[in-house]
Structure formats: C-alpha cells, structure tokens
Design a protein. Structure first.
Ligand SMILES: N[C@@H](CCC(=O)N[C@@H](CS)C(=O)NCC(=O)O)C(=O)O
Length: 208
C-alpha cells in the first residue's frame, strides 16, 4: 500500500528531535516548513492537524485511508523507534528498555520542559523565573555526566531516543556548560554530533 510521511515544522529543538529520530529509523519523509514568524501555525489549516498550534506535526498518508496525525515530538520519536525495532529503544520489555525510557523522560520532563518554560517567560518580563528555570534544567542536564562516565550512551551500551532527547537540548545550552567539568559528556556530545542521521536531522528544517 502506498504510504508517505510529511513532517511539518520549523528549526526548533522539538522539530529537530523528531527529524533525527526519523532519520535514525531510516523512515523516508518530506519536510514542510511552517512559518512561525508569520503565524502559519495558528492558521485554520494547520490547527486542523495540530489543535495546540505547535510544531512539529507528523502526517502519514496511506492510500484509501484518512491521514494519521501525530502532534507531539515525543510521540513521533516513539513512533520512529517502533518502526526500527531495537535500534532506538530496546524492543523487549525489561531493564534495558525501562532504563532507556527513564533517561528519555528525564530529559523531556526535567531538562527540556523547564528550559522551554524559561524561553516562554523571559520575553514576558519574568527574568528571575526564567533564570531559575534555566538553572533547574541545566542542573539536571549535568547529571548526564555520570550516565556516560562508564558507557558510551546515555542509557548504556546502545544509542537510543534518550541520546536524541539529550543531544538537542545540550546543543542549545552548550555555551552555559562548564565543559572542563563534564569530560564524559563532552566525549558523548562529539560522538552524537558526528552521527550522519543527526547531521541530516539538524539540517531538515534549515531553509536553503
Ligand atoms: N509538547 C510539544 C511542544 C511543541 C512546542 O512547544 N513547539 C514550539 C516550538 S519548539 C512551538 O510550536 N512554538 C510556537 C508557539 O508556541 O507559538 C512537542 O513536544 O511537540
């Protein structure tokens, strides 16, 4: 059955994580740019797909079926992981899978979410709140130094969605980190950065 996938988005961390996961899972997709500056994400056509008016959105088209829509970056990552059994998330229920999900959600809920909250409140004049949220986010991010001290990846021996989640946020706060105190994290960062799928995902929403 004919199938095609469109990833709608913009050059933001949430969109790039989704793109990297699709790239790593070798899922073919086409990018459709959503112009945030001009409010395209608040237009009726986009809201029909993603009622929250946020990016990214994945739309899977199959001949003869209504489109299947995912409107959360983390759901898109899990969808990609499911299509690439064992490569981004251990397939079997068990400790390795539980640990991977633990590290994935630690970054999503305790690092990325407060960082985004800071980004939201700062331009609204809440400097102190923004500083506190950023500090809280970076404090948790720094825990990753221990995770990668004895293993190459965040959840152990294998690359996973936890590394993708951690990579984009680490990239966006890299200038705030005291890298000399984070040698294992620095090594991990340079390994992830060099992955071809990461390079492609980082470029997915760059307008040429
Ligand atoms: N929980 C959503 C959050 C999506 C989100 O906040 N996206 C931001 C860009 S990173 C956005 O669309 N911002 C535009 C706006 O809020 O107007 C996800 O992970 O997909």
């Amino acid at each position: 059955m004919e199938k095609s996938i469109t990833l709608l988005g913009a050059p933001t961390g949430n969109c790039v994580r989704a793109a990297i996961a699709l790239e790593e899972a070798r899922i073919p997709y086409v990018v459709r740019h959503v112009d945030l500056k001009n409010g395209e994400h608040r237009a009726a056509e986009y809201l029909a797909l993603n009622p929250a008016g946020r990016v990214p959105t994945l739309v899977e088209h199959r001949e003869g079926e209504p489109p299947f829509v995912l409107s959360q970056s983390n759901a898109i990552m899990l969808y990609a992981a499911r299509k690439a059994p064992g490569r981004l998330l251990p397939a079997a229920e068990g400790r390795a899978r539980a640990l991977t999900l633990e590290r994935f959600f630690l970054f999503i809920t305790d690092v990325i979410a407060p960082n985004h909250a800071a980004f939201y409140v700062r331009p609204r004049g809440e400097q102190r709140a923004a500083d506190l949220l950023e500090e809280r986010s970076v404090d948790v991010l720094k825990l990753a130094e221990k995770f990668v001290a004895d293993t190459p990846f965040l959840a152990g021996e294998n690359y996973s969605i936890a590394d993708i989640a951690a990579f984009t946020i680490t990239m966006s706060v890299r200038k705030q980190l005291a890298w000399s105190e984070l040698p294992a994290l620095a090594r991990w960062y340079s390994i992830i950065e060099q992955r071809p799928a990461v390079t492609r995902g980082l470029k997915a929403f760059v307008l040429s």
